[in-house]
Design a protein around this ligand. Structure first.
Ligand SMILES: Cc1cc2nc3c(=O)[nH]c(=O)nc-3n(C[C@H](O)[C@H](O)[C@H](O)COP(=O)(O)OP(=O)(O)OC[C@H]3O[C@@H](n4cnc5c(N)ncnc54)[C@H](O)[C@@H]3O)c2cc1C
Length: 439
């Protein structure tokens, strides 16, 4: 039977690419056989922007067909699901029954395995912590071909190296996740304009809403630097609606249109909230996954693709560092409208988890010649501000910065090198950033 297929594939940003063997098993038994013959790292829906889910010239297991819900306790909200199940499907299936994932990122297409391996965060991070903090246990297939259940009680070090561990401890087959109460099918969303960066930071700190997110208009400069729209939301009391139809971006957009696209988008966005702000009720999927209605939204950046840079900065340094970052981004002319500013709490589930108390900024950057210089600058500002770059998005970090940004790196290395001495779960990213510490 043909189980492996040679193919080209890429991270979500389309810049980092790979060619290699891909298998898409549907059942645990097939996966176990594949792994016995060719041990390989796993990938989910490849919604990570850079190279964390790529294994160039090697083999990789695509987990998206292993997407079944295995059991659900309607009393406690404990769900067991295969690793390829998506968070969007969890919301769609269990939302109407009053339950949903406690943490969802900005797209519903991510898989349970991918959400664990990057310990993802949502717009409620201050309140709910990170995704991995809601995982009861994980069924992990190791490099030795054996599968075991791990949790905080059973093998806590391996559990904490698996959450946020970029797939380096093995293939997550399934996990038990504590869903949170989902009281309604709609959100009450308040949007208001914010004049500048300082006011934005103050407003995010002062916000008492369960969900909050800032959309910064990157075209604002001078006194307008950091202006944008603050969105705050809590559950309303509407019922579940059928999701609206998705639309496709049929072709890669030509590169030259980016500038216009950015300007038009920003102009429209800033006018969405009138000077007095606006309140509206939105379906849960529209609120949580605003871009998911446009399939292949990444094509808007053209064939050459784009980078996403995301950092988190501690409160003490955040204002000055964000000011510099927004100035650099604005002057480069390379950045997209989708610049997102959020407040983070300190909750994190694993040794290599991204979250840190402070402010987090995410910027899309078109893949033009000057992009590398801008990324290097943003990475430097982050490091000097004692912040951290998010590996789920990274394409450009200096490997030397890793230890400072991720203080538990040495302990993590020990665990993964023991669990996988031959490095069968290494990916393009772990090699690029020397995450194993071998060279
Ligand atoms: C539009 C958009 C919005 C986003 N918003 C947010 C956000 O708000 N917050 C946030 O935190 N992130 C956000 N992200 C990033 C995204 O949540 C993460 O990159 C997530 O990890 C992607 O999951 P995936 O299933 O696509 O995994 P992939 O990207 O395919 O893989 C990610 C990592 O997980 C590993 N992996 C995947 N499955 C398994 C498995 N079964 N076993 C072991 N390892 C596995 C891979 O090896 C890789 O290291 C966003 C991404 C997009 C495209």
């Amino acid at each position: 039977m043909m189980r492996w297929k040679q193919d080209d594939y890429a991270g979500w940003g389309g810049v980092m690419r790979a060619h290699g063997r891909i298998a898409r098993p549907e059942r645990v038994i097939t996966l176990t056989e594949l792994m016995a013959e060719t041990p390989a790292p796993a990938m989910g829906a490849r919604r990570s922007y850079g190279d964390t889910a790529l294994n160039g010239d090697g083999a990789i297991i695509d987990m998206t067909r292993m997407d079944k819900f295995l059991s659900f306790d309607a009393e406690t909200g404990l769900l067991e699901a295969e690793a390829g199940a998506t968070l969007g499907d969890m919301l769609k299936t269990f939302g109407p029954k009053g339950w949903m994932p406690a943490v969802v990122p900005g797209t519903g297409f991510v898989t349970l395995g991918g959400a664990i391996a990057n310990d993802v965060h949502g717009k409620n991070h201050r309140m709910a912590g990170s995704f991995g903090q809601h995982i009861e246990s994980i069924q992990l297939l190791g490099a030795d071909g054996k599968s075991q259940r791990i949790s905080l009680k059973r093998n806590a070090p391996l559990f904490k190296a698996t959450i946020g561990g970029l797939g380096q401890t093995g293939v997550i087959l399934s996990a038990r996740i504590h869903l949170a109460k989902c009281p309604a099918g709609t959100m009450a969303v308040e949007e208001r304009r914010i004049a500048d960066l300082d006011s934005f930071i103050d407003a995010l700190i002062a916000s008492t809403a369960t969900y909050s997110v800032g959309w910064v208009d990157i075209t604002g400069s001078g006194v307008n630097l950091g202006r944008g729209i603050l969105e705050e939301a809590d559950f309303a009391n509407g019922t579940f609606r059928k999701p609206r139809r998705t639309k496709k971006v049929p072709l890669n957009f030509p590169g030259f249109s980016i500038k216009l696209f950015v300007k038009a988008f920003n102009w429209l966005y800033l006018r969405r909230a009138s000077a007095d702000g606006r309140n509206r009720e939105r379906a849960l999927t529209d609120f949580f996954f605003p871009l998911d209605r446009i399939l292949n939204v990444n094509r808007l950046y053209g064939k050459k693709g784009f980078h996403q840079f995301q950092c988190v900065l501690p409160d003490e340094t955040a204002r000055a560092a964000l000011q510099k970052m927004l100035e650099e981004a604005n002057q480069s002319g390379l950045c997209s409208p989708l610049t997102v500013l959020k407040r983070m709490g300190s909750g994190r589930g694993g040794m290599m988890s991204f979250p840190m108390g402070g402010m987090t900024l995410a910027i899309d950057i078109a893949n033009k010649t000057k992009a590398q210089a801008l990324l290097a600058r943003l990475n430097d500002i982050t490091k000097n501000a004692k912040g951290r770059v998010y590996l789920a998005k990274d394409s450009s970090l200096d490997p030397m910065y890793l230890r400072e940004m991720y203080p538990e790196l040495a302990d993590f290395r020990k665990i993964i090198n023991e669990a996988d001495p031959e490095g069968v779960f290494e990916t393009n990213m772990t090699r690029r950033l020397n995450i194993r510490g071998k060279s």
